[in-house]
Design a protein around this ligand. Structure first.
Ligand code: GAL
Length: 728
């Protein structure tokens, strides 16, 4: 019988440090570090006892991800190697175990080996060394179910079909016997259909005439399970959904319904821990994208990401563009062969996720390379006929070997180069494709390095950051030929010296590295419908002297309300609707109060008193949300909140620390440090003393077992806060 148990605990790292996986080989400072420090070999060892009861079972260690070049030895003999930091691999122990104690050694080389994608050139992100995803001990019968590809060929028909192609693993070369049974279950566990076939290396099933099936959609992500049983020796559950997804020259269609894609790119990195945060943090990122940023698609730039993340995208209805590892550089023949294998590994790992709607089969932003990309596309189509391919480029007139022309359009901002360049949000499709005929087309990046913006930047710069994201979204919404636009990017990320602000950070996110929103986050969030969330976010810190010349105008309010009222002091009340002139195509244009809406007396000038304000959003004439500002903010409250106070005994949970004024707003320029102590059944990831940046900081608490975790945050000025987290 299949048994998959965590193999994350009891590892010894380097010279005897006890560690638990996921693990980053080198905990990094927040910024200004040397990224070469982790680009070397690291060794992990685990001693374990082989159980005689395993008999002739197949036993393997499954690594979900180790960066970048991993070699696994058992009792000094190499048994597995994997040169791809983003996909799983197995080390087979069967027949190699000795009675009693065994030692598993994993040497991972974190150097940027130019023979392994994405390395060989320069890349704008870091690939932190470590066994940074989960590791499992997997035990199965000698013949077991290796995997399955499930398809729903006519998902929109009243009577639906499921096909499943299962493969059996038989490494001991035994004779197949008995039957493989497949049964379909809905979310409540009700069996909808069952079929059986003689066991063989490959077994196909087809279920027809399925009625009363609920589609998987972004609002109702209905999931089904296919259970495969091999006699009574193995069972494998695989989750899938019924949906269609199609990019056309007229836009994107989900289940035959037109849907404009609005998304952000995600790097899977975190401060201090690099890539090494497990299930809870992965799922949390999906939640943030779906429910805080209210986007409907994420691009896993630039590599396959954690299956915890993808599973959660399936559960919550967040669409995914997944792509192979790489960044601009294409290596030699061996490198390309490895990249083709990356396509295979990505697709065979992830082909059952309903959330994934397109495979990225080009090296992000690389030049054309006919033979190479003919092959990546051929393989993608051979492995998966149900999804279209894309290939992300920034060059124009690039050879269209994929199904969708996926374009990083960084034209906005080029006006700063001079030479009478006009301010343009997006280029015409025919100009970038060089093709006269319409093709399926999607914007996969914009923003980013064209306008890096820190959460502590001046309000005016942040307002322009917002405007640029809105301009591109507006333009994408206005062009029916554009399937959607995916901005660069969701979260700030650590990077190489050749990129970023010199601090080893690309401040390109609409959120900072702790996932704390900048104003631009609300450019996305405000596009959702009010029944999802009412958004009312003024783009201001509300101060007389933060902007040039003084005041807060023009004051943009990112909102999905019909009207917004600003009450300034006791007498000045102004009410306005969305700015449809500047943003005719957005689902929800911002409300913009200009200088022309106020007289000098109403507004007050430099030297005059600054007042409190109340900003109210109205829907159908009724007030639905209020934001208050005080004219005299002081450091009032030290807020300490965890994403969850009950967590799993191996989870890591984020804790945010914020300095707030009397009205509950963050103090954007409050720099004073806090000290963080974590005791009990958990430990702190990151340093003990940190400054607040733009009024906040964050850290993760890693559970080290079951029990209570006590968190204490102290600020000399604002006092001490404590928090209890229960790990079980
Ligand atoms: C793109 C690239 C991204 C990131 C971005 C910054 O060229 O694909 O990975 O570097 O620029 O704006």
């Amino acid at each position: 019988m299949r048994s998959i148990v965590s193999f994350n605990t009891g590892w010894v790292f380097e010279d005897g440090i006890a560690v638990t996986l996921p693990h980053t080989a080198l905990e990094l400072p927040f910024s200004y570090f040397d990224e070469r420090d982790y680009q070397r070999e690291f060794t992990y060892k685990k001693t374990f006892t082989a159980d005689p009861a395993w008999g002739d079972d197949e036993v393997a260690i499954v690594f979900e991800g180790a960066m970048a070049d991993a070699r696994v030895s058992l009792n000094g003999v190499e048994i597995a190697a994997h040169r791809d930091g983003y996909t799983p691999f197995e080390a087979r122990l069967t027949g190699r175990l000795r009675a009693g104690e065994n030692v598993l050694t994993v040497v991972i080389d974190g150097s940027e080996n130019p023979e392994i994608p994405p390395f060989g050139g320069r890349i704008d992100y870091l690939t932190y060394a470590g066994i940074y995803r989960d590791v499992w001990l997997k035990r199965t019968a000698p013949i077991s179910i290796a995997g399955v590809k499930i398809e729903t060929p006519d998902a929109l028909a009243a009577s639906k079909t499921v096909t499943a192609r299962a493969t059996l693993a038989n490494p001991q070369g035994r004779a197949f016997a008995g039957q493989l049974t497949a049964s379909l279950r809905d979310a409540a566990g009700t069996v909808l259909a069952t079929a059986a076939q003689p066991a063989a290396a490959e077994v196909s099933f087809r279920f027809d005439g399925l009625t009363d099936i609920a589609l998987w959609d972004i609002d109702r992500p209905n999931l089904y399970t296919l259970t495969l049983s091999l006699g009574d020796s193995d069972v494998l559950d695989t989750v899938f959904g019924f949906r269609t997804a199609e990019f056309t020259p007229e836009g994107f269609f989900l289940n035959g319904r037109h849907l404009k894609l609005r998304g952000l790119n995600r790097h899977q990195s975190f401060p201090y821990s690099g890539y090494a945060l497990g299930r809870a943090a992965q799922e949390r990122d999906a939640e943030i994208l779906k429910h805080e940023l209210h986007v409907n698609i994420v691009r896993t730039s630039h590599y396959p990401q954690s299956t915890w993340f993808l599973d959660h995208c399936d559960r919550i209805g967040l669409l995914v563009f997944e792509e192979i590892p790489g960044w601009q550089h294409i290596g030699g023949e061996g490198w390309k062969a490895e990249s083709v294998e990356n396509v295979r590994r990505m697709i065979t790992r992830d082909w059952n996720h309903p959330s994934i709607i397109i495979w990225g089969v080009r090296i992000n932003e690389s030049r054309d390379d006919h033979d190479f990309y003919v092959e990546t596309n051929r393989l993608a189509h051979e492995l998966d006929k149900t999804r279209q391919t894309g290939g992300v480029r920034y060059i124009t007139d690039s050879e269209m070997l994929e199904d969708v022309y996926t374009m990083n359009d960084f034209i906005l901002g080029n006006e700063e180069l001079g030479g009478n360049r006009p301010r343009t949000a997006l280029r015409p499709i025919t100009e970038t494709t060089g093709l006269e005929k319409p093709v399926p087309y999607m914007i996969t990046e914009f923003g980013g390095h064209m306008y890096p913006t820190k959460s502590s930047d001046q309000e005016q710069r942040q307002a322009e950051h917002v405007r640029r994201h809105l301009d591109v979204l507006n333009s994408a919404y206005g062009n029916p030929g554009i399937s959607g636009a995916i901005g660069w990017c969701a979260f700030d990320y650590n990077t190489h010296k050749d990129f970023g602000s010199g601090d080893r950070i690309c401040h390109h996110g609409v959120m900072d590295m702790f996932r704390e929103p900048k104003f631009a986050a609300f450019a996305y969030a405000s596009q959702c419908e009010p029944d999802e969330e009412i958004i009312l976010q003024p783009v201001t810190f509300w101060a007389r002297g933060e902007r040039n010349i003084g005041g807060v105008l023009p004051l943009m309010i990112l909102t999905n309300c019909d009207e917004v009222e600003v009450r300034y002091g006791d007498n000045v009340v102004k009410r306005l609707g969305p700015d449809r002139e500047a943003y005719p195509h957005l689902p929800h244009a911002p409300v913009v109060f200009e200088r022309s809406h106020f007289s000098d007396e109403e507004l007050g000038l430099w030297g005059m008193e600054w007042h409190d304000a109340t900003i109210t959003g109205f829907i159908d004439g009724k007030p639905v949300k209020v934001v208050n500002y005080v004219a005299d903010p002081v450091a009032k409250t030290l807020e300490v909140v965890a994403d969850a106070v009950a967590i799993g005994s191996t989870d890591a949970v984020r804790v945010m620390v914020r300095a707030l004024d009397q009205a509950g707003h963050k103090l954007p320029f409050y720099p004073e440090p806090v000290t963080i102590e974590v005791s009990g059944a958990g430990k702190r990831l990151g340093p003990a003393t940190v400054p607040l940046r733009a009024g906040s900081t964050g850290f993760w608490v890693q559970a080290t077992g079951a029990g209570q975790i006590d968190v204490t945050v102290n600020s000399d000025r604002m006092g001490t806060r404590t928090l209890a987290i229960t790990a079980s």
